[in-house]
Write a protein that binds this ligand. Sequence first.
Ligand code: UD1
Ligand code: UDP
Length: 357
Amino acid sequence: MKKIVTIIGARPQFVKAAVISRLIKEKYSNEITEYLVHTGQHYDANMSDIFFDEMKIPKPDLNLEVGSGSHGKMTGLMLQKIEEVLLEQKPDALLIYGDTNSTLAGALAASKILIPVVHIEAGLRSYNMAMPEEQNRILSDHVSTLLLCPTQTAIDNLKREGITKGVSLTGDVMFDASIFYRTLENTNSLLPKLPEDFFLATIHRAENTDSKERLTNIVRALNDCGKNGVLPLHPRTKKYLDMYGLTFNKNIMLIDPVGYFDMLELEAKANMIVTDSGGVQKEAYFFNKPCVTLRDQTEWVETVEAGWNKIVGSEYNDILDAISNFVPPQAHPDLYGDGNSGDKIVKELLKLWNSAI
Ligand code: UD1
Ligand code: UDP
């Protein structure tokens, strides 16, 4: 029996762990035991607990309760606490997801004490080093033993940085999640009555919220676009809207962050998605919805190349134009695997151990 310690802490990681942790528990419990550590980076009930309750993710074995703070404070606290867990648990590998501060803290803590790091969603690059996520991804990839890539682009990115060992193409676990959870009934919806015709919007990226100019342009464009929008508001964005004194007009329905089932329902019912989220750009594609991305570049370049994602940044006119006029093509190729990435990932993990014997 092999043991992994898994580090999660932020909302998108709960969605990804919902696939892998459930799979390990239901299908691979004779071979792998998982010790699940929640760093506490996200802690509001609707940013954390709701995902564990609704998605039947195994409850974390430990919550480090690190909470919010500056990058250094948050990452440093996590690093110290994760190291203690690793020394006590002595796992055969450490599993991390994506590109958050929780990801980086896990990667550093494990690699320094020579515990193999397994990175799910490895190889993504925006080529914008000002993004905290880009720094987290690059640093995590460079200390990882197993790099599990959702796309060929990610593999090519790693190759350009000289990383070829331990790299494999698995497809995207978020695609697995969307397929699996879409078939289940949304029995505890907290959604209000939705407009007939609306676009779904999410905004939380630091480059947008922390810039008064960018956030002002985005709010003005959504207010002036002449269409109805529904916007589940990330707490970070709420904080900055209040700080800058920015408000939305009546055409934008602000709601609290929603659970995954409600989010899937919003994505399915929306006629367009306007977002700066990484995960939501992909989900727009999974749901065949045109996506307008409020960023200057994306890691999910395949969606742009396929013509389903329009990168508009934060320019008022570009956002207005895309919301009114962006129409994707008919063709919608499979970009993110066959929905069995979770299984491929766990098999790669088992292979790593078998080859080490
Ligand atoms: C983090 C990740 C980002 C990811 C996002 C997913 C980093 C550097 N960023 O950004 O890559 O896309 O999660 O949502 O790791 N807050 C609350 N309640 C919570 C959580 C956060 O009020 O439960 C507020 C706090 O004011 C906090 C702010 O949101 O300071 C930002 O939280 P933080 O975890 O630092 O970063 P995110 O913007 O959520
Ligand atoms: N999500 C959710 N409720 C919300 C907003 C997002 O369940 O109110 C889900 C979304 O469907 C996706 C994931 O959270 O699966 C994406 O997380 P987020 O946008 O916070 O982070 P990113 O992907 O940009 O890192």
